[in-house]
Design a protein. Sequence first.
Length: 695
Amino acid sequence: MMTGHRSADAGMSPSNCVEDCLFPRCTGQGAAGETEILHGNRSNRAKFSRSAALVIIGGICIAGAGYHFARTAIEATLRDDAIMTAENWGRYLGNAIKDIEDIAAGQPASEASEHLLQASRAIGNVFRYKIFDPDGRLVLISDDPDYTPEEASLSKHNPTAASVVATKMPHLEFKTGDGVERPLYYSEAYVPLQRNGRSVGTIEVYVDQAKSRAAMTATFRKLLLQIVGAILVAFAIPAAGFLMRSRQQIRTLDRLQHVAHHDDLTSAMNRTSFTDSMATLVRDDIPFAVHFLDLDRFKGVNDTLGHAIGDALLSEVVARLSRLGDSSTFIGRVGGDEFAVCQINADSERTGKFARLIVSALGLPFTVGQHEIQIGGSVGYSVFPGDGESAEDLIRAADVALYQAKSTGRGKAVKYEISMDDERQQRVLLEERLRHALQHSEFEIYYQPLFSTMDRRLRGFEALLRLRDDDGYLVPPDVFIPVAEEMGLITAVGEWVLNEATAFAQGWPGDLTVAVNLSAIQFETGRLVETVRNALEASDLTPSRLELEITESLLIKDPANVLGQLLELRSLGARIALDDFGTGYSSLSYLWKFPFDKLKIDRSFMLELEDADGKPREILKTIVALCRTLNLSVTAEGVETNEQLAALRELQCDQSQGFLLGRPMPASQIPSFMMSISSEPLSATVKEPLVGRAG
């Protein structure tokens, strides 16, 4: 039995074990037996020697073939990588620089393009590039700003560049450098420079591939040594099987590792992996900055073009961010359209510059399929050490800075400051209060009276939205209304105001009007006309008693859409007023292009009405006369002195509104206010605010 045989030879050396496995022992007796055994042993040894020689030769051949394959594979991989990098670079310049065709033709670059060309001289692995015109003449060198179009006209013809334009086939040359002025190993890739699908020239891109080549060479060298070692130890077939299994396992493990640490859509690091990498930098006390960025208008892309285009756009964003960075940066996707970039060993100047570069890059159009998409983005960033002691602290700080960037107009880069924490906390509390107030109808409406200027008779009220904080104090409208708009609550709040104000006004004397302010967002929903109609029907208020006030800024964003809805509102019987006239975007064309019934002059005119040179008074006089010609009534806001009221009477302004005549008051005080008005004699002057007593 085999067990007995192995026991009898328990003292054999490893070489004998190998030999024993290859050649079975003979157990014959006598000279003949010994001769047979000797002959068999010699024959077996010869076979073993031949087999060993074949294995060694085969191993050498395999190793040689492997080396050749590795070298070929490395060159092919580097070639593909260089060409792809060059094509992406050319595509980026072609899309980003509007006058690239003129530049390729030898014309000077515009100021904006020159700035972008300077900013993109060396990004990522690209450390230099040249641009040739369609005839192969050199017109631009990225690292030679003194190269002029005049020199370009005298430059020699480059047949390679001309051939690339003619054939549209890339050309690649591998080069070596000294590691100082040029990388140890790099490639010069000639690819067509295209603009809107047309070749306008050739771009020669210098790609640093020293690190990639060294890494690939080391990897293949290690792999070849493992293969040869496996062949020598366990012969070809077991080694091949082992290699195949190992390769499959490595691929499986690599895939699992990639899935565990990267976003499947964009291949950027996922939030967990990004945070872990930051934690490692913190633990090793390595300085770095983290940039949080949020895409503007991305939801609109998904809603209008579909999620497939939106997903492709996110991938393009990551690709563009990758081109901005280098080996000291890494990118993570931390939310739906939120990304983070970690910048290692960057000082404050480089950090701020990189943040602004991200904003600029996101502001350039993206080409996705047949669509050219303009989105933009905002950036908030924090630095270590300084803004936090852990990865979580730094991420939170960058997120706070991002919120600050978005709240100040978007398209900005903002560094975290500790004072932002208090502002963010106040914002969170205000958002919670707004949601609660809407859900439980805890908003309030105050009403400010409007008077006839000439006889000081009450003509109506303006409904003004109010909100109290948790301590019962009123929150300024210019604080909570913009937040409600950003949160998407203003449409529901505006509907509530319309319903409450019209229902309350129904109980007033029949000649009094109620004015309600409208938000631009209410026009964007497309449901404003229906909302007003429903409010009028539910309250049974005569439509002509409802005045709807809009601001001038609304007329600029989408005038055609606004005009259509204003005409429909007029058809319901409601009156339309242009509020805050005389600020910002004032244009007289609004007065005849849009169906206004009333013009409300901004309070800033009242502040300047008594100016010594009299110009504000003359302007106001002209506005009143113009409105009278256009059959528009005029209301002056911000009347606070008897002198202002007297001037308005002299100018024959129709209505007046302000603290002199009446402060905004809660609905509960309206009945007593009306009674006090009806019992007081008319006077040319006001001794005290008529509702000063009401607060």
